[in-house]
Each structure stands twice: as structure tokens, then as C-alpha cells.
Write a protein that binds this ligand. Structure first.
Ligand code: HEC
Length: 212
């Protein structure tokens, strides 16, 4: 009985070892759940038997515009009011609008804070006084002005948008790095920063005023 068991064990191990040395299979691997992994859709630069020129990529009809990219809102895309002057406020969504406008809520402000932290604090610092790391290390860069002087506090939302988009004097433009919606989020955050440094006791809710 013991011998038979031993024999079976040895044979089993040998069979297992042999199985591992098998040739690679030419069959496709077993794919239990296809999950739409292979599809008949057209990808760019592929061949197509359907179109006469044999290419999957089609030239869009003349004057075609991708959805949401008509860019006809001067306010949203360029920060300008109808008369072409810098807009006073953010292009906030009203009623049914869903494109070319912004929903300003807490997550939008947080996004602005985060993007400001990434793109602007190296020079302008977290509070906007123009004492960022680059300036403190005296790397030979012009120190930016504080956001909290009268001239900067008077900048309209559209002007701030313009500064980010095109830069200003010695400050470089950020249009290539920061998408339009994020530029507006940063504008909102800079406005909030300015407000925070000029807050009056009256801005504090009544029941909290006693704490100051
Ligand atoms: C590499 C450094 C640097 C970074 C990063 C930077 N700035 Fe500036 N910024 C400057 C300098 C320098 C000036 C002053 C330009 C001048 O007057 O020559 C300036 C000026 C400004 C002004 C004042 C414009 C005016 O009309 O006087 C604003 C507003 C501003 N920056 C916003 C931003 C925002 C928002 C960001 C982030 C998206 C940003 N900056 C990123 C260096 C920087």
C-alpha cells in the first residue's frame, strides 16, 4: 500500500515537471471574460476596407467644430465682456447653461487653491505677497508685486484671467500649462486670497465676532 502511494506521488511530481516544460502554444490565451477587449471600432492610422482611400482617419467637413470647442463665448474663453473690455466677474453658469460657464462651489475653490499651489506659489507664495521660494532664494528673478496692494486688488477677474493666459511684463504666460477652467479656478482663488487679507470684523458671522 505504502509503495503504491509512493509510486503515485513520484509519477505525479514527474508529470507536473514535464508539463511545465511544454512548448509555447500557438493558440490565443484563454480569455474567459472578453469585456469588450477586442472591438471592431476604428482607431487612428488603421486600415479601413470601407472608405475608398483605405484609411480610418477622415478629414472633418469644412468648418466643423468639436463639441464644446466653438469658443464663441468671449467671457469664458478670453475673459472679455461684450464690449471687449476685461470682464468684471467669473463666467458663472446661470439657469440651464452647461457649456462655457462655471459652477462655483467649494470643490471649484479647492481646485483653484490646488492649482494656485502648483503654478503660482513658487513666485507669489501661498498668501500672495510675492515672497515665494524662488524670490527668497534670490535666484536673480524679479520679485512679483503683492496681490494685496491697491493696484492688484483693483484687477478685475478678466484681467487676472488675462495675466495667467498671456503673462504680464516679466511674468511668463501659462496658457499652455493651465486649461481655461483651471485658470478661472485660480482667478477665483486669488480673489478669495485678496479678500482674506482685507477682511473686516463685519465679514465674520455675528455669533463668532466675540472671539476676536
Ligand atoms: C516664475 C515666477 C512666477 C510665477 C510662477 C507666476 N508669476 Fe505672476 N508674476 C511674476 C512676476 C515677476 C510678476 C511681476 C511682473 C512685472 O511687473 O514685470 C508677476 C505679476 C503677477 C500679477 C500682477 C499683474 C499686474 O497687473 O501687475 C498677477 C495677478 C500674477 N502675477 C498672477 C499669477 C498667477 C495667478 C500665477 C499662477 C498661474 C502666477 N502669477 C505665476 C512671477 C511669477
Amino acid at each position: 500500500m505504502m509503495r503504491a502511494l509512493h509510486l503515485m506521488l513520484i509519477l505525479g511530481v514527474a508529470a507536473g515537471a514535464l508539463a511545465c516544460r511544454g512548448e509555447p502554444s500557438r493558440l490565443p490565451p484563454v480569455h474567459l471574460n472578453p469585456n469588450m477587449d477586442t472591438q471592431d471600432k476604428y482607431k487612428p492610422y488603421n486600415e479601413s476596407g470601407f472608405f475608398a482611400d483605405g484609411r480610418t482617419m477622415r478629414t472633418p467637413p469644412a468648418a466643423a467644430v468639436a463639441r464644446g470647442l466653438l469658443k464663441d463665448s468671449d467671457h469664458y474663453w478670453r475673459g472679455k465682456a461684450n464690449d471687449g473690455t476685461p470682464a468684471n466677474a467669473l463666467p458663472v453658469c446661470t439657469g440651464e447653461d452647461t457649456i462655457d460657464c462655471l459652477k462655483v462651489d467649494m470643490s471649484f475653490m479647492r481646485r483653484g487653491q490646488e492649482r494656485f499651489g502648483i503654478y503660482c506659489t513658487p513666485c507669489h507664495d501661498r498668501s500672495g505677497y510675492g515672497k515665494g521660494t524662488i524670490v527668497l532664494r534670490d535666484a536673480g528673478m524679479v520679485a512679483p508685486p503683492s496681490y494685496h496692494d491697491d493696484q492688484r486688488r483693483a484687477l478685475k477677474a478678466g484681467e487676472l484671467f488675462d495675466v495667467i493666459t498671456h503673462g504680464v511684463r516679466t511674468m511668463q504666460p501659462y496658457a499652455a500649462q493651465i486649461p481655461v477652467a483651471d485658470r478661472w479656478a485660480i482667478v477665483a482663488y486669488v480673489k478669495a486670497l485678496q479678500r482674506s487679507q482685507h477682511a473686516a470684523l463685519a465679514d465674520v458671522p455675528g455669533d463668532q465676532q466675540g472671539k476676536f
